[in-house]
Design a protein around this ligand. Structure first.
Ligand SMILES: NC(=O)c1ccc[n+]([C@@H]2O[C@H](COP(=O)([O-])OP(=O)(O)OC[C@H]3O[C@@H](n4cnc5c(N)ncnc54)[C@H](OP(=O)(O)O)[C@@H]3O)[C@@H](O)[C@H]2O)c1
Length: 363
C-alpha cells in the first residue's frame, strides 16, 4: 500500500498556477495548459494538461477506458494496453466497480482487479490518476446511499490495491437518496483520504444543478467533474443545458463512448461488419444515412491529415467547448497506438475540418 496522501482542498487554482509557472506552462481560460515549444517541433501531446474543474488535479487530454479489462481484453492483453498508454506519456485511467459484470461468469470488479494488479506489479500508483465509479448495480448493493458508498469505496480500494482514488464518480443518479446524504458520505470519504474529488456520470443538467446547490448550501463537497456520453453521433446528452452548466460552473467533463463503441473508427460500414467484434451489436444503431455521412467526413479529414478516422473523432471532442478529455478504450496495442495520436491531431484540425465534421453530424 502506498502512504495515504494529504490533499489540498482550497486555493487549488493558485496551487496549480504556481506549479505551472514552475514548469514553464501556461493555463488558458478553460484551465487548459500547454508547454511552449522552443524548437518548433511538435511537443508530445500528452504533456498538455487540463485542470479538472476547480480542483488541484490536471490530466492529459485522453483518458483510457477500462470497461474492456476482463471483457474484450484479458489480463495479459490489458497489461499490454496499460503499459503502452503510460509509455505514451498518459496517466488517467477510467474504470467502475461494475466493470465487467455483464460478462457471463463475472461478478463485477474484474476491471478494477486487473488495474490494481497492474499498478502493483509496475509500482506506479503515484504516477496514475485513477478514476472509478460506484452506484451501479453490484451483486448485493447499488445506489448512492451513505452505507452503500462506504462499502463500495472500500471494496474498490481493495481491488485496486491502493488506499486512495483520485476521482470517484456517482455512476448513475439515485432518485431514492437525497443529495445531502450522498454528498455528506463523500465528505467523510474525502476527509478519510480515500477519495480526492467527486464526479457525476449520466446526470441531467437539473440533477447536477440540484446537487451543486445542496453542496453550496450545506458546505459539502461539490461534483467537480461530469461524465456524459458524447461523440460525433451522440451529441444530445451533453450539448445544451449540461454543457452550459459545466461551463458556467467550471466543471471538468470527460466523455464516454467517444468512439461510439468503435463505430467512429470506420470499421463498421454494413451489417456484415458487425460480427467483427463482440460489441458489434451495440453499433447497429449507427448504420444509417447520418452515420455514413459522419464516416465520410471522418475519412476526408483523416486523409488530409494522414490520420485515422478514430483519431479525428477523438480530436474533434478534444477541441469541443467545455470538454476536458475524451475517454476511449482499446482492445489491442495497435488500436491504442492510433488513439494516442488524437491530442496532437487536435492541434492541427482546421476551421474547415471542424465545419465539415459539424455539418456531417447535424441532426
Ligand atoms: N459512465 C458511464 O456510464 C460509461 C458508459 C460507457 C463507457 N464508459 C467509459 O468509457 C470508456 C469507453 O467507452 P465505450 O466502452 O463506449 O467505447 P468507445 O471508446 O466508444 O469505443 C472503444 C472500442 O472501439 C474499438 N476500437 C478502439 N480503437 C480502435 C481502433 N483504433 N481501431 C478499431 N477499433 C477500435 C474497441 O473495441 P473492439 O476492439 O471490441 O471493436 C474499443 O473497445 C469505457 O471503457 C468506460 O471507461 C462509461
Amino acid at each position: 500500500m502506498h502512504t495515504r496522501r494529504t490533499f489540498l482542498t482550497s486555493t487549488v487554482a493558485a496551487a496549480v498556477a504556481a506549479a505551472l509557472v514552475g514548469c514553464g506552462r501556461s493555463a488558458d481560460d478553460n484551465g487548459r495548459t500547454s508547454t511552449p515549444s522552443t524548437t518548433g517541433a511538435a511537443e508530445p501531446a500528452a504533456t498538455d494538461k487540463r485542470r479538472i474543474g476547480r480542483s488541484d488535479i490536471a490530466i492529459s487530454p485522453l483518458v483510457l477506458g477500462g470497461n474492456v479489462f476482463g471483457w474484450t481484453a484479458d489480463r495479459e492483453r490489458s497489461f499490454e494496453i496499460l503499459d503502452r498508454f503510460v509509455e505514451a506519456g498518459f496517466e488517467t485511467i477510467d474504470t467502475a466497480d461494475v466493470y465487467s459484470r455483464w460478462v457471463p461468469g463475472n461478478r463485477g470488479g474484474e476491471s478494477e482487479t486487473i488495474i490494481g494488479e497492474w499498478m502493483r506489479s509496475r509500482g506506479n500508483r503515484d504516477r496514475i490518476i485513477l478514476i472509478t465509479k460506484g452506484g451501479g448495480e453490484m451483486e448485493d448493493y447499488k445506489g448512492l446511499s451513505a452505507a452503500t458508498l462506504q462499502r463500495a469505496v472500500d471494496a474498490s480500494l481493495q481491488r485496486l490495491q491502493t488506499d486512495y482514488i483520485d476521482i470517484y464518480f456517482s455512476h448513475f443518479p439515485d432518485p431514492q437518496t437525497p443529495h445531502e446524504e450522498t454528498l455528506a458520505a463523500y465528505q467523510k470519504l474525502i476527509e478519510a483520504g480515500k477519495i480526492r474529488i467527486i464526479g457525476a456520470s449520466n446526470f441531467t443538467a437539473d440533477q447536477v444543478r440540484q446537487a451543486l446547490d445542496v453542496a453550496a448550501t450545506n458546505g459539502l463537497p461539490r461534483y467537480e467533474i461530469l461524465q456524459p456520453r458524447y461523440n460525433l453521433y451522440d451529441r444530445g446528452d451533453f450539448e445544451g443545458p449540461l454543457r452550459d452548466l459545466a461551463i458556467a460552473e467550471e466543471l471538468g467533463v470527460i466523455t464516454y463512448s467517444s468512439l461510439a463503441s468503435g463505430f467512429l473508427t470506420g470499421k463498421y460500414r454494413s451489417e456484415a461488419d458487425l460480427s467483427q467484434s463482440q460489441r458489434g451489436g451495440s453499433v447497429a444503431r449507427y448504420l444509417n444515412e447520418r452515420g455514413m455521412r459522419i464516416l465520410d467526413a471522418l475519412d476526408d479529414v483523416a486523409r488530409r491529415h494522414n490520420a485515422a478516422p478514430a483519431d479525428v473523432a477523438l480530436a474533434w471532442i478534444i477541441v469541443r467547448e467545455g470538454v476536458t478529455a475524451p475517454i476511449a478504450s482499446a482492445t489491442s496495442v495497435e488500436q491504442l497506438d492510433t488513439l494516442v495520436r488524437a491530442p496532437a491531431l487536435a492541434k492541427a484540425l482546421t476551421k474547415e475540418d471542424l465545419e465539415q465534421l459539424d455539418q456531417a453530424s447535424a441532426v
